[in-house]
Design a protein around this ligand. Structure first.
Ligand code: 57M
Length: 358
């Protein structure tokens, strides 16, 4: 909305033409989201405390987590509100891709909200039953997949990192593929969110990388130069990624060790679904496996742990997901978090290098 108001002045003064540019609007979306999160953060934390929306900590986890019991949770609500506000302020509202990604954010946010509400407010320790949670996730992801598949100009071809001329066309199989990526990413971010700021670091890196990729993919000249698929309109997603980047950075201010607030499922589930949707629309869906390598690593550790435990009754890790393994090995929490962030930055750079290295 701010964009429309400011740009409307360009007929009177040419200076206001500058608000047409995606780069400038991305910077303002970042700043809007960052400032808003920093300003609203203390009020939201106070609100969560007043209504006793505090974390219940399981007793079978690493012992030092028990001291985190009662930390305000569901801070993801702040992230969702801020992303919506900053995005709607600076984007072109006629862009279908932006609405699809916001639909993923709000849809998965609602699932996370139901889960948190049952756990924290209704004190149902299991929250929303796994099968209902998964069904709802699949339903929302299916809507996104089907709409994308139905768009006339939308391609169902994949881009393979590091390979220039290999673009398999999935045809209708693109629909289950999209569902898998969205549901998988959403749950992977959720699993990673188990130490202060641990998930936020890789979320920030991933949004930075996709801010660049969506901008490049939506720019005819840059896309042609880099030989990446041109996706008309995907440039506006750079503004949305900017809003998520700003909101996440702002949330990290409060979520960093020792955390004053956790994001809850209402934060982790929608963030994962949003990142996946952006990766899919920008035609760099498989690259998410590299950029979001930390999320993948955490998920794979759970798969191995559960499989090994079921097959031969033995554990591969002291505890899964992987961050718990290092906690039980005696590493201090900040050391695990910062080291995971460093790996995430390295993976982000590797992912960006694929724009040239193909
Ligand atoms: C949620 N949630 C955190 C917070 C956060 C299949 C299995 C591996 C699933 C997994 C699981 O349930 N994962 C998803 C992880 C929880 O955090 C809340 O949940 C939100 C995210 N969804 O925003 O609201 C706890 O994490 C800690 N935390 C922080 N700082 C943060 O900024 O310290 C979170 C955010 C919080 C807090 O302590 O209470 C969680 O871990 O519960 N299950 C597990 O992770 C469990 N692993 C397990 O059972 N492993 C088994 C194998 C066979 C699967 C094994 O290795 O033997 C562990 N989790 C816990 N205790 N808490 C083990 C026991």
């Amino acid at each position: 909305m701010i964009y429309y108001i400011l740009y409307s002045f360009h007929e009177h003064h040419s200076f206001f033409n500058v608000f047409r540019y995606i780069t400038l609007r991305t910077i303002y979306a970042i700043l809007t989201a960052l400032i808003l999160s920093l300003v609203m953060g203390p009020y939201v934390i106070e609100f969560l405390k007043r209504y006793q929306i505090g974390q219940y900590v399981r007793e079978d986890g690493p012992k030092h987590h028990l001291s985190k019991s009662g930390t305000p949770t569901m801070g993801g609500l702040l992230i969702i509100i801020v992303v919506l506000f900053a995005t709607l302020s600076w984007i072109d509202l006629s862009n279908i891709y932006v609405w699809l990604v916001l639909f993923a954010l709000v849809g998965f946010g609602l699932i996370g909200f139901m889960d948190d509400y049952l756990k924290v407010v209704r004190k149902k320790s299991d929250g929303l039953a796994g099968r209902y949670k998964l069904t709802l996730q699949v339903v929302i992801a299916s809507v996104i997949a089907y709409i994308l598949y139905s768009l006339p100009a939308y391609s169902t071809k994949l881009t393979i990192p590091f390979l220039k001329n290999v673009n398999p066309d999935l045809g209708w199989l693109y629909i289950p593929f999209v569902i898998l990526i969205i549901v998988g990413a959403s749950n992977a971010v959720n699993l990673t969110d188990g130490l202060d700021g641990l998930a936020m670091g890789p979320v920030i890196v991933t949004t930075m990388v996709y801010t660049i990729i969506t901008y490049a993919a939506g720019h005819t000249k840059i896309a042609n130069y880099l030989l990446i698929p041109f996706v008309n309109g995907s440039g506006e997603l750079a503004i949305l990624c900017g809003a998520v980047f700003g909101a996440s950075l702002g949330f990290l201010w409060f979520n960093t060790y020792p955390a004053s607030v956790f994001m809850g499922d209402v934060g982790s589930l929608p963030l994962g679904a949003l990142l996946a949707s952006v990766a899919i629309i920008s035609k760099h869906e498989l690259l998410l496996v590299i950029v979001g390598g930390i999320f993948v690593l955490e998920t794979v550790s759970v798969i191995f742990q559960v499989a090994s435990f079921k097959i031969n009754g033995r554990r591969v890790f002291l505890m899964a997901p992987l961050h718990h393994h290092y906690e039980l090995k005696g590493w201090q929490e900040p050391k695990i978090i910062v080291r995971f962030w460093i790996i995430s930055i390295m993976l982000g750079l590797l992912a960006l290098s694929t724009l040239k290295l193909r």
